[in-house]
Design a protein around this ligand. Structure first.
Ligand code: TYC
Length: 100
C-alpha cells in the first residue's frame, strides 16, 4: 500500500554480513624465529619487517593476530601455514577464531 511502507532497520540480522575470522599465530619454544618469518612472508605475503613484528609479538605475548578474512580464506591460510611447519618438523601453530 503506497505511503504505508514499514522500513526495516539495517541491523536486521538476516541481512548482516557473515562474521570475519582472525588467523592467530601461537608462540612455542622450538620453532626458529627465522622460520616463523619465512612462513608469514610465504603464506600471508608479509614483508620481512611486518613478519618480524608479528613474530616478535607472538614471541613476547604468546599470540598475535596475523590476518582477518572470510572464514574459508582464514582457515585455508592457517592450514597452509601449519602444513609448512609440519613438513619442516616444527610445532608452529596457527589457529582461527571469529571476530567479536
Ligand atoms: N619462541 C620461538 C623461539 O624463541 C620463536 C617463535 C616466535 C616461535 C613466534 C613461534 O609464533 C612464534 N625460537
Amino acid at each position: 500500500m503506497a505511503g504505508n511502507t514499514t522500513l526495516k532497520p539495517t541491523t536486521n540480522p538476516k541481512v548482516e554480513r557473515p562474521r570475519l575470522y582472525k588467523v592467530m599465530l601461537l608462540n612455542d619454544d622450538y620453532t626458529p624465529r627465522e622460520f616463523v618469518i619465512m612462513v608469514l612472508k610465504a603464506v600471508f605475503r608479509m614483508s620481512e619487517d611486518t613478519g618480524y613484528r608479528v613474530m616478535m609479538t607472538a614471541h613476547k605475548l604468546g599470540t598475535s593476530v596475523v590476518m582477518v578474512a572470510a572464514r574459508d580464506i582464514a582457515e585455508t591460510k592457517a592450514q597452509e601455514a601449519v602444513d609448512l611447519a609440519k613438513a619442516a618438523d616444527f610445532p608452529l601453530m596457527f589457529t582461527t577464531e571469529p571476530e567479536e
